[in-house]
Every structure is written in structure tokens, then in C-alpha cells.
Design a protein around this ligand. Structure first.
Ligand SMILES: [Zn+2]
Length: 425
């Protein structure tokens, strides 16, 4: 393992703190935003659960003064959160298109073929690896949620039902199963032991292997007010600045980065082993670091403006919904994404303001949103009840959803997009 001059990882880990930074171990005391209490956002109560209570946990987000990692404390074990995880990636058309494009691009750029090996950590239901299988590239998925992994195996994507870390990576390496491409999409945020996980990624890489990581970009989260993407399943929120420090501390070197429109604005970081000099560093890295510095992400004070803009969004959304209710308008939701739990709880919105929501996932239909207990129905419910307003809860898919739901115009229905600021269209 190599360490940076500015951030000696081992020294940092020796520090003790009641609230240590997940990466560098420094004491966390600076608030990024405090969103009060929320239930776990991917645990959807069924009818049988309605007479029971739910656990609420604090959503108090800190930023580390030393490495600027934005993070939540871990209140619940990953086993409890992810063992029967409701999130099936395959239900969004635009996301699947994104994944197919990624596989095509990687196959071409890194010359992957039948003799290559691709490993995805947190491979979900095989939503992505299926496109490598289609291209005859051997794959292995690693997915801790058994119900989700089963779906992957059924569609021909070999999948190990395990949590990924340095231990599993070492076993795979010992079996001669290091990879030409290791990928992790939207998983880094969900890792409680960040250092152990990133160490595992390096172990799994062949000497000239490529690692790609996709994650929502903290700069976009701040700029576009995406506070509802903060929930208990997401322990950490990454800038490029902090990501490079983390990779560097584990002997990995970023050589390229792309900005993507997915999940409200994500980064795809390309990395290799630090000792692999076959890959040239792209100028996009320095450019994006400069953009982050210009937006204050290299100083602790730069993180402090976020809380005020979040509060303003709450006031505007509640104001709109209360006015609609007083005018006798009917309001339904569309979608039941994890992020809706944070939005609805922080804003104090229940069935009295949004009567119901709908979702394409059969797993969620007939269940209820956590905490608010807003019922989730099949999307046909919207045609049947002709609501005056439809609140688009997965605003990151708003173009796709608004296009699919154009029929609400027939009865004068309008869409309400809550983030970055309340928009009626
Ligand atoms: Zn730190």
C-alpha cells in the first residue's frame, strides 16, 4: 500500500474519535446538512406491517475537515439494510440503455473479448453484466442480496451471493480469478468500511486491469440541491478530490474521468494500479478538480451553504402542496424510489398531501412508502383516478416519466418536479 504525503492513512487510522471519518479517521464535527429522522428508505411495509412501528434513524450528514469526505454515521448493519433489498435496477429503460452503452464502450476501448474477465461488485439483478454476456465476455457478479442475485443467475449471469471486500478479493485472486475490468456502479456510497472495500478492488485487478467506478457527484448534489439522494443506505458522498485521495491511499491511480447525466449527475472514474504506466492521464481530471476547487470543495467552509438551500426547497414544496389541498386539487405521486423517503420525511408530507404513488416494480405494488405509509399502486391507477397533479418523485428520470405520462394532459393534469426547486409543468 502507498500513502500520500498529505494524508498518511495508517497514522490517521490510529487516531481515536467518537465519530471518526470513514476514510481518514479524523474527528467529524462539521455539519453538512441535518435532515432530522427518517426510516430506512428501501424497506417498504406491507399491509400486514401497518399496525407495527418502524425504526427511525438520524440523517445527520457531516463533512470531514481533513479529507472532505461527506458522510453519515452508520446506524444499521449492511446485513439488515441489504439482505432483502427491494431495488431491482432493471426497471428503468434509460438506465438499461446507459449500461448497454457502457459495455460497448469498455469492450472497444480496452479490447475485451472471450479471453477477458469482467467482475462487477454489487451486480444487482445482472442489469449490466447481461450486456457483456451478450458480447461473449466472461463475467462474474458479486451481490449480497440473495433475492436479487437469484434473478441474475436465472438470466445467465454467474453471481456470488456475498459482501465484497479485501477477503473475498484475496480468495478470488488466489483462485486465479483477477479481472481485466472491475466495475462498481453506485456501490461506493453504500460501503461501511471504505478502506477495506477499495483495497479489495485493487487486489482483484490484473497488473494492467482497469477499474471503473460510477457514483453520484457531490458537486452536482450541492449545485442541484439533490438532498433527497441522502439516505441511510448511502453512507458516503464523493467529490473527485476526495475520491483521488482514497484511490491513492490504496495504490490506485485515476487516469480518466467522465461526467454522466445519471442519478442527477455522476462521475465515472477510470483507475489502474499505481505501478501500471501504460495508461496516460487524461486532462479532464485536472479540469474537474479545478471546477471543484472553484466551487469551494477544497475548504471546509465551502460545504456550509448547502443546508440553507435545502430548507428553502422544503418550504416551497410544502407551500405548493398545502395550497393545492386547500383548493381541492387531487395530488398523486409517480415512483417509489429510495430518495422519496428522505424528501417526504424531511418535508413532513403524508397521505393528506399526496394521496398515493405508483411504481412499475411489482415488488413495491401493494406496499407502502416507509414512514409516510403512502400506498403504492400499479401505474394504471393514474388513468383510473385522473389526479390534477402528479409529483415526479424520481426526478432524475423526469423526461422519461413525463413522456410516458403525457395522457394526463387529456384531463388537464400537470406534473410537479420537486428538485432542484418546485416546478409545475
Ligand atoms: Zn476524513
Amino acid at each position: 500500500m502507498t500513502t500520500t504525503a498529505t494524508l498518511p492513512l495508517d497514522a490517521a487510522r490510529q487516531q481515536t474519535s467518537a465519530r471518526p471519518c470513514r476514510f481518514c479517521g479524523a474527528h467529524l464535527h462539521r455539519t453538512f446538512v441535518d435532515l432530522g429522522l427518517s426510516p430506512l428508505c428501501e424497506t417498504y411495509p406491507s399491509t400486514a406491517d401497518l399496525n407495527r412501528g418502524e425504526m427511525y434513524y438520524p440523517l445527520h450528514v457531516y463533512v470531514c475537515d481533513r479529507c472532505f469526505l461527506v458522510q453519515l454515521e452508520q446506524y444499521e448493519s449492511p446485513e439488515n439494510i441489504f439482505s432483502d433489498y427491494a431495488y431491482f435496477s432493471s426497471y428503468s429503460d434509460s438506465w438499461l440503455k446507459h449500461c448497454d452503452n457502457y459495455c460497448g464502450k469498455m469492450t472497444e476501448r480496452f479490447g475485451l473479448g472471450k479471453d477477458s474477465f469482467v467482475v462487477e461488485v454489487a451486480s444487482n439483478d445482472g442489469y449490466l453484466l447481461q450486456y457483456f454476456v451478450n458480447r461473449n465476455v466472461p463475467v462474474l457478479g458479486i451481490e449480497p442480496a440473495a433475492n436479487v442475485a437469484k434473478v441474475a443467475v436465472e438470466k445467465g449471469v454467474p453471481t456470488l451471493v456475498q459482501f465484497f471486500g479485501a477477503k473475498l478479493a484475496s480468495q478470488l485472486a488466489a483462485d486465479g480469478r483477477c479481472a481485466d475490468l472491475v466495475l462498481g456502479n453506485n456501490v461506493l456510497a453504500q460501503v461501511p468500511d471504505l478502506n477495506e472495500f477499495v483495497e479489495g478492488l485493487k487486489i482483484l485487478l490484473k497488473p494492467q486491469g482497469v477499474l471503473t467506478l460510477e457514483f453520484p457527484h457531490l458537486l452536482q448534489l450541492i449545485e442541484h440541491n439533490e438532498f433527497d439522494t441522502i439516505y441511510h443506505e448511502h453512507f458516503s458522498y464523493f467529490s473527485l478530490l476526495t475520491t483521488l485521495r482514497i484511490l491513492d491511499a490504496h495504490g490506485l491511480r485515476a487516469f480518466d474521468v467522465e461526467e454522466l447525466p445519471t442519478h442527477g449527475g455522476s462521475l465515472r472514474v477510470y483507475a489502474c494500479r499505481a505501478e501500471d504506466h501504460s495508461k496516460h492521464t487524461a486532462p479532464t481530471l485536472a479540469k474537474l478538480i479545478a471546477a471543484e476547487e472553484a466551487n469551494g470543495l477544497a475548504s471546509p467552509e465551502g460545504y456550509e451553504r448547502f443546508a440553507a438551500q435545502v430548507k428553502e426547497t422544503k418550504f416551497a414544496l410544502v407551500d405548493f402542496l398545502v395550497r393545492a389541498a386547500r383548493e381541492g386539487k387531487s395530488v398523486a405521486g409517480y415512483g417509489a424510489p429510495g430518495k422519496s423517503a428522505t424528501l417526504l420525511h424531511y418535508c413532513g408530507i403524508g397521505k393528506d398531501l399526496i394521496a398515493y404513488t405508483v411504481d412499475r416494480s411489482p415488488y413495491k405494488q401493494g406496499r407502502f412508502l416507509p414512514g409516510s405509509r403512502i400506498p403504492i399502486y400499479h401505474p394504471d391507477r393514474i388513468r383510473e383516478t385522473t389526479p390534477d397533479y402528479v409529483v415526479v418523485l424520481p426526478w432524475n428520470l423526469k423526461s422519461e416519466i413525463i413522456e410516458q405520462l403525457q395522457f394526463i394532459r387529456d384531463w388537464g393534469g400537470k406534473f410537479v418536479v420537486p428538485i432542484p426547486s418546485v416546478t409545475v409543468c
